[in-house]
Design a protein around this ligand. Structure first.
Ligand code: SAH
Length: 364
């Protein structure tokens, strides 16, 4: 079966033509998928029964199953999806006043190896397809109440988005299209560890989205200890590509900095950061480390966090401390998948066997 979300127009246009139907049919299906939040062809009642039957014979809308659906008191919801080949990914819906932000994954696992991150602990399995990325968007959208609208997308789930641009860009195009999710590109943020060639490619082809660069250290020596790929990519080059992206896109840059107690949270690093970022139109997002089972890192004390923040603010850096949402449901990337897999290992079952399809019944 063909996964429709991989290339909706390119698959449906010839299909409807072959079935003697006008091109407007493609728009009708799109309307069902993106606006009506339909989850199967049988709901598409402006198509004849026989067309609906034939569509469901030839195409599948969902390629994954929901292995787990968790909800936190603050409105955060998280899906653990099991893909057709058994790989697992996570995606999250965050509710913040009127904002409805989804956080999506781009790879199964991750090859970047950042030492504090759960997603990369077992390395990279594979890139996601465009369809698997769009599927996360639609499944998360279907969790919303009728009066809620998706407003923002952050590509900050599992994986390195810039290592999978070929699949990501068509998926984001569906997100921004008027007859797709209709989300403005300004409200979509791609987070990268700083792959300079791909940053250049994004700047030259589609400088429409916001870019967030995971820095985590103010100098190359420390960064290499925290972000292993940094042994080939110098901070100066990452910043040059980020500046180039800013010049071409006009979108304010974000730098991310996971604060690890005793490692990158001293006043010295704060001062170095001020020197590095001063003069840039950028926001620094400081994320106190979210503990990952089995890893030795520590979340800095409140005092250390306050001192770090003060130096940055006094140095004129626009700094946000990201408040943590969804802690209770392991909403930091890669954590739910790990927990599910280790629990499954404990009881001797295969984590790849989902608990149910549809995502509505499985709330725990
Ligand atoms: N590979 C991309 C996107 C995925 S990670 C990148 O590196 O930016 C998204 C953000 O979550 C990154 O800034 C990452 O450093 C952060 N993150 C990952 N694990 C974390 C943890 N345990 N605690 C706090 N932040 C974490």
């Amino acid at each position: 079966m063909v996964h429709l979300l991989n290339a909706i127009d390119d698959l449906l246009t010839p299909w409807f033509h072959d079935h003697g139907q006008g091109k407007y049919r493609v728009g009708q299906v799109r309307q069902w998928l993106f606006q009506q939040r339909a989850s199967n062809f049988s709901e598409m009642t402006n198509l004849s029964q026989s067309l609906r039957d034939e569509l469901s014979r030839d195409f599948t809308i969902w390629s994954a199953t929901v292995a787990k659906h968790t909800q936190a008191d603050d409105g955060t919801e998280k899906l653990l999806l099991t893909l057709a080949d058994g790989g697992q990914i996570e995606c999250v819906l965050l509710r913040d006043e009127v904002r409805r932000t989804i956080c999506i994954s781009t790879q199964v696992g991750c090859g970047m190896g950042c030492v504090f991150c759960a997603s990369g602990l077992d390395g990279l399995s594979r890139n996601l397809t465009t369809g698997e990325i769009v599927e996360q968007m639609l499944r998360l959208q279907s969790l919303l109440r009728e009066d809620e609208r998706l407003s923002h997308i952050v590509v900050m789930g599992m994986g390195e988005p810039l290592a999978n641009l070929d699949a990501l860009l068509p998926a984001l195009a569906e997100a921004t299209r008027e007859d797709g999710l209709g989300i403005s590109a300004r409200r979509i943020t791609i987070s990268t560890v700083g792959l300079t060639k791909a940053m250049r490619r994004l700047a030259e082809t589609t400088p429409r989205y916001r870019l967030a660069v995971s820095l985590h250290a103010p100098n190359d020596e420390l960064r290499q200890q925290i972000v292993p790929v940094a042994d080939k990519i110098r901070i100066a080059d990452v910043l040059a590509e980020a500046d180039n992206y800013f010049d071409l896109s006009g979108r304010q840059l974000t730098f991310e900095y996971v604060l690890l107690g005793g490692i990158n949270d001293s006043p010295r690093e704060a001062t170095e950061l001020v020197n590095l970022l001063a003069g840039r139109t950028a926001i620094l997002n400081v994320i106190p480390y979210n503990p990952v089972a089995g890893l030795p890192y520590k979340t800095p004390s409140h005092n250390a966090q306050r001192a770090f923040r003060q130096i940055l603010e006094q140095g004129g850096v626009s700094v946000h401390f990201r408040h943590r949402k969804g802690d209770a449901i392991d909403a930091a990337c890669g954590q739910l998948r790990r927990r599910a897999q280790s629990e499954a290992a404990l009881v001797g079952i295969d984590a790849r066997v989902g608990e149910g399809e549809g995502g509505r019944g499985g709330v725990s």
